[in-house]
Each structure stands twice: as structure tokens, then as C-alpha cells.
Design a binder for this molecule. Structure first.
Ligand SMILES: Cc1cc2nc3c(=O)[nH]c(=O)nc-3n(C[C@H](O)[C@H](O)[C@H](O)COP(=O)(O)OP(=O)(O)OC[C@H]3O[C@@H](n4cnc5c(N)ncnc54)[C@H](O)[C@@H]3O)c2cc1C
Ligand code: SF4
Length: 608
């Protein structure tokens, strides 16, 4: 797309991912002229066929590999980290890792953002998550669940969420307005979910002194199932894209278009929204009066352009938003920009069920155990969500072809390779019994976990790369230990063969020891906290509207604003926050454009 010339815009949005696409939609619908600047290459919006082809031919299959990102806007990806045989890790990618533990989450700088490659799980946060600080870990939000509730519903409508409100109310304790129906009915449970529910429902496990009752609960999904005619007071819902048919490749790409991506929202943008791709924003221009005047961006022609607007919205992802604020020397009166980096460290455990359970079908996870997310235990150890993984051992040990290679090498009883019918029989038996649990831990906001910029490390455009300092607190490590204890009991209740084993080596950059025991974590891609929200400019970067305290017309939206990342996958909450902020932006713009009422020049004199 051509550069937009010297026009002054109502709003500039930096980043056409999840948050930016939603903000642009709301403001465009209200008639504002919105310019969206996107660092990713323009070619990536060419549809799923191109992405599929890129993925098929990629040498390394990773979440980002279907999407041809621009060399001018590099992204971190899973293969960037490898573990060392003696513990510790090596980092080879875009993020400069300072440790002591690795920040292992990737994101994607392409048009549509990380939401092209996401899994599509869309649960709400729990009311308790907004006051996590009361439990002594992390911070309280300046808003509560009820402030966000109408926007949760709006986000569920925009993303097309499939879920069962009654089940979410009973099993998770979520308050919904009476009669609320999601756009689509819950995605059906996998066969594995049914097997788990039969073995676990109504049983309990011990978490220190408390017993936690188990209930397998379906997870809300932003992917197309069967529309609910009762949605929206009986108006129903018409989904875009195909229906989920269980290709099981949601990360990184859904071939049937059933999974929501921000490209769907972009397709609904009003004509007053313009998108420029291959546009890497390098700086927010702050005027002498403290207001944001516009931004500079580097275009694909190698030239720097400046564009101006009434309002500037940074929606470039938690880490890139922090980088832009630091590059611009903006919004940092509190010294909190880049700090409080959070993620969901994930403990994986894996085993073999006694019988065939049909893994490697459907979305990555269709159900979970929600009982470890809340309650007084939160004061002692990090809470966690348990996802029941439908994709066998893929996340823990790699795809099944790695097991084929292993059997070919050493699978036989005498340590020699297995071939022919015996290989097929062994594989059929073993791979069909593989399952995993994914324990997503809350991480507390710690100012020492941070993104900084070091001019010694630069990208191809000469911009400093993000330098990440990252560690897990003892509270998180205690949560991981508790989750492993829960996993041991679940394996026992299921009568499963527990194959979980953590050891230092290339596959486990997140290896660590806690109280003499070995553990390892992967990361969920849920970066948050880097422009943290609060109720004081002394301790936070943005206010409850995601507006920078220091610049009244500069917003930083996305998970970077979250004071707690809690335990739910964060993007639905981020989407609700973005919609709420967009309402506020609209008010700000109206206030700027409101006609000035002329005052009488002289008391008593009539104006013409
Ligand atoms: C593998 C994976 C699976 C996930 N699964 C889930 C899930 O199931 N549920 C869930 O809730 N969350 C999930 N997430 C997290 C989710 O993808 C993110 O929370 C979400 O995409 C963040 O949205 P965002 O708009 O803030 O950032 P992004 O989606 O990353 O979008 C930011 C946009 O800004 C652009 N940009 C960056 N820098 C610049 C710049 N300087 N100039 C111009 N543009 C710029 C980028 O190119 C990008 O398009 C997953 C993440 C990963 C990696
Ligand atoms: S399971 Fe398959 S069809 Fe369903 S969302 Fe995932 S990739 Fe798409």
C-alpha cells in the first residue's frame, strides 16, 4: 500500500494484531479516520493457502514458520532457545536474553500479529483475578470484573466465542447476566476429555492441606462451532469462515478458517480505516506540551516518514510497545516502562493411558480442570489452570515422527531398530495412548523482570533489540511444584503410566531445580505487564483506560497493560480491555472536536 502522504489523521494505531485491529474497528465504525501502521510484510494477508504452503516447505516447523515475516521486523520464535547439557540455555534469536532463566515466549510481527498463530482458547478471567494483590502476590487492578463484563460480551461477539455459559457459571464461578448465551455452542469434548471426565469427575486431589474437587470443564474457544440461535437476545450469530473440523493444526494455522484471527476483524473495518504494511514505527513524537503529535516509521522503500494525528495508540505487543516507549523516552515518569514482564510458564506432564484415547485430533485442548485457579492457596503458591492436551506429546517431546525415528533406531527389545509390521503395531499402540497435561501458572508482576534496550544489540534497521531480564519467583516455583504434585495424583487416578522426566539438555532451555527436585517449563506466548495499569502515575504507566498517565492522547493497549496475568489465556481479556479503551478514545476525540461555544464578548450585548 502506498504511504498516506502528509494528511493529519484522527488516530494512528501502531500494530495490526489483535488489539490494534479491534481498536481500529471501533473507531472506524464511529467515523474517525484511522491510519494503521503495521511492521509486518504486506504479503502475509494473502490467505491461508500461501501460509499452508510456506509451512509445508519450512525446514523448521514452529508457530511463526507459515508467516513470512519481514527481515526489517524480526520476531522471537520457539527455536531461538536451546538448553545446555549442563543446565542453563543458549539464545540465538531476536530477544537478547539476560536470564537468569529464559523468557521463552514468541510473538509474530506479521499483518494480523500473533493472533494468526495462536491456539484460540478464549476464557474470561475470574473476578478474584482482578484483586490478586490482596493475596500478597502481584497487583490489584484499578477496575473490577464488572467494569469489563459488557466488554467481555462484546469481545465474545467479535471473536465468535463458542462456550456454555451455564457450565462456566457453575464450574468456574463466572458471573454472567441472566440468560446470556455465547455466540456459539461449546466445541464438543474430545474422546480424551470423556475418558478423563469418567475417571476424574467427582474425585479429589490433595493440594497441601486442602482437597480440590475435580470437574472436567469445556474451555471457551474463539473458533467456529454451531451457532446458538439464542445469542444476542435471539438474534443469533452468523460466523465467518468454516466450521472447526478437527485438523488439529490450530498452532500455527487453521486450514478451514474456523479459528478467529485479527484478519477477520480487519475485513470488517469501515472505509475510513487505512492500513499500511511494511511500516516499522520507530518513535512516538512527543511535543513540548507533553502530547503525542504523531509517529515516525520506516517504510519498505527505506525512507523515514512522519505522520500526525490527534490520538496515537500503541498496539504492537507487550514487548514491542515497551520498546517503542523506551525508544521515544515517553510515559516513563514512574520508571515502570518495560518492567513487570509476565508470562504463563507452563509445566508439562505426559503419560500413556491404558487404552487408546484418540490423540492428535481437534483443537490443542478442548477441556481443562479449573479448580486450582482460585482460593486461599493463592497466597502460598501461584495458582494454575490445567489444560487437557489433545495433541499427545507434541509440546513436550515433539511430534510423533520423532517417536517413529526413535523406534527405528532402538525400539526393539534387544535395543535394535523396529521395522515392518512390528513397527506399525508398536506405533499404533503407543502413539494412540499418548496424552499430556499443560499447567499454566500465574506469574506475579516483579519490576526486576523487564525489557530494556541496549544500543550494542541492533536489528537490521539499526534499532536496538529488546533485552530481557527474566526469572521465576519462589511463589511461581512453589506453584510448579504443587502442579507436579497434582499431576502425580491425576496419573494415579487415571491408572496412566507417567512418562514425565525433566533433565537438562537441548530440548529444555527452561530447566531448573527447586528444593532439590528437577523441573522445566515451556512458555505460552502470553507476554504481559510491560506498561502496567494502575491507579497512580507514580507506580504505573497507564490508567484504567490504557491511556499513558504522562501523555493524555497516547494509549498503550494490549496485555502489556495487565496488572496480573492470572491463569486464563489472556487474549479475550485483552480484547475486552481494547474495546473498553476504544470507547474512551472516542470520547477523547469527541471532546477535541466539540464545537467551541462562543462566549458573549460583553455582558448584556447580543451576538449576531
Ligand atoms: C503459539 C501461541 C499460542 C497462543 N495461544 C493463545 C490462546 O489460545 N489464547 C490466548 O488468549 N492467547 C494466546 N496466545 C497469545 C496471543 O496470541 C497474544 O496475547 C495476542 O496475539 C497479543 O495481541 P497484541 O495485539 O497485543 O499483539 P500481536 O498479536 O503480537 O500484534 C502486534 C502487531 O504489532 C505489529 N508491530 C510490532 N512492532 C511494530 C512496529 N514497531 N511498528 C508497526 N507495527 C508493529 C506486529 O507486526 C503485530 O502485527 C498465544 C500466543 C502464541 C505465541
Ligand atoms: S482443530 Fe482444525 S479446524 Fe479446528 S480450529 Fe484447529 S486447525 Fe482449525
Amino acid at each position: 500500500m502506498t504511504a498516506p502522504g502528509g494528511r493529519r489523521w484522527d488516530v494512528i494505531v501502531v500494530g495490526a494484531g489483535f488489539a490494534g485491529s479491534l481498536v481500529a474497528k471501533v473507531l472506524g465504525d464511529r467515523g474517525w479516520r484511522v491510519l494503521v501502521l503495521e511492521a509486518g510484510a504486506g504479503a502475509t494477508d494473502a490467505g491461508p493457502d500461501r501460509a499452508l504452503e510456506a509451512y509445508r516447505t519450512a525446514l523448521v516447523k514452529s508457530p511463526n514458520s507459515p508467516y513470512p515475516t519481514s527481515p526489517s521486523a524480526p520476531s522471537p520464535d520457539v527455536p531461538d532457545l536451546t538448553g545446555r547439557p549442563d543446565g542453563g540455555y543458549r539464545a540465538h534469536g531476536y530477544l537478547v536474553q539476560r536470564g537468569p532463566l529464559p523468557y521463552a515466549s514468541g510473538y509474530l510481527r506479521a499483518n494480523g500479529g500473533t493472533g494468526l498463530a495462536w491456539t484460540g482458547l478464549a476464557p474470561r478471567m475470574h473476578p478474584e483475578d482482578f484483586r490478586a494483590g490482596d493475596f500478597g502476590h502481584g497487583r490489584n487492578w484499578p477496575i473490577g470484573y464488572q467494569d469489563l463484563e459488557p466488554y467481555y460480551r462484546a469481545a465474545e461477539h467479535e471473536l465468535g466465542v463458542a462456550a456454555d455459559a451455564d457450565e462456566q457459571r457453575e464450574a468456574v464461578g463466572l458471573p454472567f447476566p441472566d440468560g446470556y448465551r455465547f455466540p456459539m455452542r461449546a466445541i464438543p469434548r474430545s474422546h480424551l476429555d470423556h475418558v478423563m471426565a469418567e475417571a476424574l469427575d467427582g474425585r479429589s486431589v490433595r493440594d497441601r492441606e486442602a482437597r480440590v474437587r475435580l470437574r472436567v470443564t469445556t474451555t471457551p474457544h474463539a473458533r467456529n462451532g454451531v451457532p446458538d440461535p439464542g445469542h444476542d437476545g435471539g438474534a443469533g450469530y452468523r460466523p465467518d469462515g468454516g466450521r472447526c473440523v478437527g485438523h488439529a493444526s490450530c498452532v500455527p494455522i487453521c486450514p478451514s478458517g474456523a479459528k478467529y484471527t485479527p484478519l477477520r476483524t480487519q475485513a470488517r473495518w469501515a472505509p475510513s480505516v487505512a492500513l499500511v504494511t511494511d511500516a516499522v514505527v520507530t518513535r512516538v513524537r512527543i511535543a513540548a506540551n507533553g502530547r503525542a503529535g504523531g509517529v515516525d516509521y520506516l517504510a519498505h522503500d527505506g525512507r523515514t516518514h512522519t505522520v500526525e494525528a490527534e490520538l496515537v495508540v500503541l498496539a504492537a505487543h507487550a514487548i514491542e510497545n515497551a520498546k517503542l516507549l523506551l525508544l521515544s523516552d515517553a510515559a516513563n515518569r514512574s520508571d515502570q516502562v518495560g518492567r513487570n514482564l509476565m508470562d504463563h510458564p507452563v509445566l508439562l506432564t505426559w503419560g500413556l493411558m491404558k487404552h487408546q484415547i484418540g490423540p492428535y485430533r481437534g483443537p490443542g485442548s478442548t477441556s481443562g480442570l479449573e479448580g486450582f485457579r482460585f482460593g486461599p492457596a493463592r497466597a502460598r503458591r501461584a495458582p494454575f489452570r490445567v489444560e487437557i492436551g489433545n495433541w499427545g506429546w507434541t509440546w513436550a517431546l515433539g511430534p510423533p515422527d520423532l517417536r517413529v525415528a526413535e523406534l527405528l533406531r532402538t525400539g526393539g527389545p534387544d535395543g535394535r531398530g523396529l521395522f515392518g509390521a512390528e513397527l506399525r503395531r508398536t506405533l499404533g499402540d503407543r502413539v494412540g495412548r499418548e496424552f499430556a497435561f499443560q499447567f499454566e501458572m500465574e506469574q506475579d508482576a516483579d519490576p526486576a523482570n523487564r525489557v530494556t534496550l541496549d544500543p550494542r544489540h541492533r536489528d537490521r534497521l539499526g534499532l536496538p533489540r529488546p533485552v530481557v531480564h527474566y526469572d521465576l519467583s519462589d511463589w511461581v516455583k512453589r506453584g510448579i511444584a504443587a502442579a507436579k504434585g497434582v499431576s502425580d495424583q491425576l496419573m494415579g487416578l487415571l491408572g496412566a503410566e507417567d512418562r514425565t522426566r525433566f533433565e537438562p539438555g537441548p530440548a529444555w532451555p527452561g530447566y531448573f531445580e527447586h528444593e532439590g527436585r528437577p523441573y522445566a517449563y515451556r512458555a505460552a506466548g502470553h507476554g504481559a505487564g510491560t506498561h502496567i495499569m494502575g491507579d497512580s502515575p507514580a507506580t504505573s504507566v497507564v490508567d484504567q483506560w490504557q491511556r499513558c498517565w504522562d501523555h493524555s492522547n497516547l494509549y498503550a493497549v494490549g496485555c502489556g497493560s495487565m496488572p496480573t496475568v492470572a491463569t486464563s489465556n489472556p487474549s479475550l481479556t485483552m480484547a475486552a480491555l481494547a474495546l473498553r479503551s476504544a470507547d474512551r478514545m472516542h470520547q477523547d476525540l469527541l471532546a477535541r472536536h466539540r464545537p467551541i461555544r462562543l462566549k458573549r464578548a460583553f455582558e448584556g450585548a447580543d451576538l449576531p
